[in-house]
Each structure stands twice: as C-alpha cells, then as structure tokens.
Design a protein around this ligand. Structure first.
Ligand code: ZN
Length: 388
C-alpha cells in the first residue's frame, strides 16, 4: 500500500490536534492551564488531515504470548500484552473471558481484574471486561472451542456472583438467546448497562426478536460460532444479518471468514452497523507456536491460523486491530475511513452509553499510520469525556 491509500498524513499542530474516528473529526486542544478539551470539528476546505483516534477492540482473549484467561495473570503480564496491543493501534479494549466452571471463571476474572488494576496501562486502556459464556449453546458447531460441559443455562445469580468485588464491570456479555430464561438475563444485563450480544448461538427469528426486545444489540463474531452446514435461509447468521437493530462484529483475519464472504456480510450489515474485533489470543503479535487459551493447548501457524491442538476447531485468532483495518481496505471491502469507523467510532458508539452510565472515562489515543497502511505509532493521553 502506498501514499495513495487515503490514509491521513500525520501532521502536528502545536496547539490543537484533529483526530479522525472514521465518523467525525475531534479537535483536541490543550489550554494554557494544560486542561484538555475535546470538541467535534467540522473540517473546512483548508482542512489538513492529521492523525486518527486509537482503535477499540471489544473482544480480545489474550495478546503477545499472554492469556487473559489465566488464573495467575500478573500486572507485568498485563502491561506486556497491553503495550503490544498499543503498538498495533489499540488504545481501548475489553479483555475477554471465555466459558469455564463458576470456580474457574471467578478465579480468572479476579486475577484479570487485579492485574488490570495493578498494571500501568490497564487503568488507561481497560474500562471493563467481555464475558463470552458460559450461557452458550453447547451443541457441536456452536460451542466452538469453548468447553460444552461447562455451559449452563442463563442465571442472573451466577452473573452477579461472578462480578462481585471486581473493580471494573463486565461491560459486554455474549450469550445464546435461544436458551431458557435468556430474555430475563438479557433484560437484567441491559438494565445494568452492559452490552449484550448473541454468540455461539442457534438463535431463531423468534428468539432473536425476544432478545432484542429485552435489550440485546450486538451479534458477537457474526458468521462464526455456528454450525458449518445450515439451512440456506432459516439460520442464525441470516437472521442476525437481516436485523437492523443488531450491530455485527466481525473477525477480519481472512481465516474466520473468507475475505469475499466478509465483504458480503459487511455490505449486507452496512458500515454503520459493523464493528471489527480481533478475538485475538496469546498467539497474536507473537511467533507461530503453541500457546494456552483458558487452559487449552492451542497452536498457531505462520498463516495466522489458530487451532485447538490436534483439532480443526479455530481457537481465537492471531489478528491485530491495525491489521484488520488494513485487511478491509486491502480486500476492497471499504475505504480507509469506513474501516476506521468500524474499528473506532462504531465500537466507541456501543461503549459510550454504558461507560457514561458507569461514569467511566477512557483515553482517546492518537494513532499515526505508516505508508504501508499499518499503525506506525500510537500514544495514549486524552481522557474522553463519558458519552462523547
Ligand atoms: Zn467466540
């Protein structure tokens, strides 16, 4: 990719920085009192593109050799993983914990929470967590790499116990809406200001409608976590794709979804209702090899494919957000600003109301892109007012 890619040339102004989120321009100004103000900016004809805002990853299980689903996670581990994520353009993320027994989930959430709190980058990059499971569909094809024997029916009480004593909230819950009592927990989670997404699910048109009425708004890694062979129309991917009240999250690594199919899915869902996630695990930003995901042995190869050891099942990805944005433009799915919108403005749009309700401030980072279309330099620094 060259300078004609449409990627803004970083150019700094001493007093004000214009950051592109893919949806709007934000003017960040530092006053003489060193107070930072952020306002929406309408570019005039004299506008010179500067840097973009940092990327937001709503689903990441681990990074750079570190498994977030590790009951012994330390603050150093967290800084190592988050530092590596920052280098790939991410300034805000939701570390993701996958299905396990209540005891393990509790242990892993507590370890993660303590590591985030005690780390240097955690308090600036991690506003809360994504819990993917254990209320998922255990049937083959839907369970994916999650252990089906640990999946349970939705329980508000269990969710409350898991979240107890955490310094940061679970901000995103992925579940299978077709399970008994799912509307009840969706309603409760939405009332607690959590994003609720459908995933690892054989959701029907009826159960999807009921879930949306209860507060569900997202399709987690749409196109994945479903059986390989499905009826051509009456299937969970089609229902979620067709539903305008649901934002679709997509893993743009070319492995989870072939690039031409990803183009069809994103075009059907529309740029404004699409979000890029990595679903990365420890193998991301790390050499090919054997890694751990929630106690399971996982192998990654040079092609970026991550499988459960000795199994064809995918087990997360080795994708980075910067690469996801680059892939979208490289594959001709959308232009750079639209790809940026799906990696920045759209996930921020999902997060903004829940962060505001929890009174959590996040950092709006600054990202300079290289001429190869990959992130060149990312920095943290601007606290983003809740709800902006
Ligand atoms: Zn999943």
């Amino acid at each position: 990719m060259n300078g004609d890619s449409g990627i803004p040339n970083p150019r700094r102004s001493p007093s004000s920085q214009i950051l592109d989120t893919g949806n709007e321009y934000l003017a960040v100004t530092k006053g003489p009192d060193q107070q930072t103000t952020i306002s929406r900016y309408s570019p005039g004809p004299e506008y010179v593109p500067t840097a973009t805002a940092g990327l937001v990853d709503l689903q990441v299980n681990g990074f750079a050799g570190i498994d977030f689903n590790n009951g012994n996670l330390s603050a150093n581990d967290m800084d190592h993983a988050l530092g590596a994520m920052l280098a790939t353009g991410v300034t805000t993320c939701l570390p993701t914990i996958i299905t396990a027994s209540e005891h393990c989930l509790r242990e892993r959430l507590m370890a993660l929470d303590q590591a985030v709190t005690a780390s240097e980058l955690g308090p600036r990059m991690v506003p809360g967590y994504h819990l993917e499971g254990p209320f998922l569909n255990p049937k083959p094809g839907y369970a994916g790499c999650h252990p089906p024997q640990e999946m349970v029916l939705p329980s508000v009480e269990l969710l409350r116990r898991l979240e107890q004593d955490l310094a940061r909230p679970i901000l995103y819950l992925t579940l299978a809406p077709e399970l008994d009592r799912a509307p009840e927990i969706i309603h409760w989670a939405a009332s607690q200001h959590k994003i609720v997404g459908a995933g690892h699910s054989a959701v029907t048109q009826k159960s999807l409608s009921e879930a949306i009425a209860a507060g569900l708004s997202v399709a987690t890694h749409l196109g994945n976590g479903v059986a390989q062979v499905l009826p051509k129309f009456d299937n969970p991917v089609q229902w979620q794709l067709a539903e305008d009240r649901v934002t679709g999250c997509f893993i743009a690594d070319g492995v989870h979804i072939p690039a031409p199919i990803l183009k069809s899915l994103i075009r059907a869902k529309g740029i404004n209702r699409s979000v890029l996630v990595t679903d990365a695990m420890a193998a991301a930003a790390a050499p090919a090899g054997t890694y751990s995901l929630a106690g399971m042995a996982v192998e990654s190869n040079d092609a970026g494919v991550v499988n459960l050891k000795d199994s064809p099942l995918l087990a997360g990805s080795a994708l980075t957000m910067g690469k996801a944005v680059a892939n979208i433009t490289r594959w001709g799915i959308a232009d750079f600003r639209s790809a940026l919108r799906m990696a920045c403005a759209n996930p921020l749009g999902l997060l903004a109301p829940v962060l505001k309700a929890h009174d959590i401030t996040i950092n709006l980072g600054e990202l300079e892109w290289g001429h190869d279309g990959q992130p060149l330099k990312t920095s943290l620094g601007y606290p983003l007012p809740p709800g902006l």
